[in-house]
Design a protein around this ligand. Sequence first.
Ligand code: ADP
Ligand code: MG
Length: 462
Amino acid sequence: MPPPIPEQLTKYEKIEALVKGFKLSTLTYKRIMHLLDAEMNNGLTKHTHHVADIKMFPTFVRSLPDGTETGSFLALDLGGTNFRVLLVKIDELDVDIQSKTYLIPQRIMLGTGQQLFDHIADCIGKFINEHDLKGQKLPLGFTFSFPCRQEGLAKARLSKWTKGFRCEGVVGEDICQLLHEALKRRTNTDVEIVAIVNDAVGTLMSAAHGDRACEIGLILGTGCNACYMETLDNVGLWDTDNKDKAHPNQVIINTEWGAFGDNGCLDFVRTEYDRELDTYSINPGKQIMEKMISGMYMGEIVRLTLERLTSEGLVFMGADRDSLLFERGKFYTKYVSEIESDHDEFFRNTKQVLEELGIDNFTTEDCKIIKYVCTLVSARSAFLAAAGLATLINRLKKPEMTIAVDGSLYRFHPRFHNLMSLKIKELVHNGLKFKLSLSHDGSGKGAALVAAVAMRLRSLKV
Ligand code: ADP
Ligand code: MG
């Protein structure tokens, strides 16, 4: 049970007492960076890797696009919220994309692995028919955004499900193999799965196609994750026999930093709302950093805070208890963006959101309080992501670099970019310059680019 609020406080002191856990000092962010840096070392080091929360998986993606890649590719993007099939035509620096989004029903997200991959194969089959691609031998790049232990560019075993997925019989299995078998079962298409990457890697590849200074990829969507280009000498997990001449001495590391805090090291900054959200999630105790940052959870953190403020009689005094505000998962993260986009005393978006939630009895003061809560929760999220990026920037020590970012939270939240930039500036070592750049359709285009680079390198070998 959360501690009671002392009676003698004024209304605003009470509100402040209930939200102050979201306001962290610069010193606290620096402490978090220190812990994160140590955990990244644990992930990279052979004898500590198995106990590390942050897995720092080597990806087998070793070369960035050099601009000479060409051809047509299929790409799949399974990110957590949407599933897309894409046809990507790469002609030197010009990239043409046609794509279609398919729904993954919740019964499939929580069903069996076979149901999931059959569904994906059916969508690919439909896409190929609709785009008259039958009979063409197309290389396929798969953006599969869940933690995987990579054994090759097209071989990746799922280490655990995250976000809203929990399909039976997939953990430990080779995802490409499962897709390959489903394609054989459900379609008669001739596709070759050339590469499997996660969305952070796709985003980095996609941005690096036009910007050689790009070294880090970041996802702020359903989940939160980052990857970066690391020199092989720092990767204790890398099998030294795997050094070949076709590649530079480097590999993209998929940090899977969403799991930071799973060992309890972030407990000193978690609020009662973070703990409650975690308890009722499908993966309690897991993905602690992700749960404090990403789009799947932010709306719910705001909702839990507002629920507590309501129960203390500090907001929505006239609200109906049947309102959706009191139902888990019904306060969407897009509401946070909408509410924070209100810039005058009319609170047009906020009123619209409250109407959608079935609250019709509210005051202007209620609107101010709800916006204040959104502002605090989104700022903490942006600052934590910034602390993660600053940790990577300080490790890489490049004087100038670009960070490619993809995901709806970064794309649509009105202040995320600015909040992150300000905080990173405060946290990086003196003189290191960086640029945060939105990667257009990084998670889709990136998988095709990884496939394209693989095909280019393959053609060099023969
Ligand atoms: P994925 O991570 O599955 O590739 P997205 O990048 O589209 O997909 O991210 C989806 C997440 O973004 C969802 O959790 C959703 O709550 C959140 N989201 C969607 N629209 C907005 C918005 N306007 N503002 C903030 N977050 C949003
Ligand atoms: Mg995505």
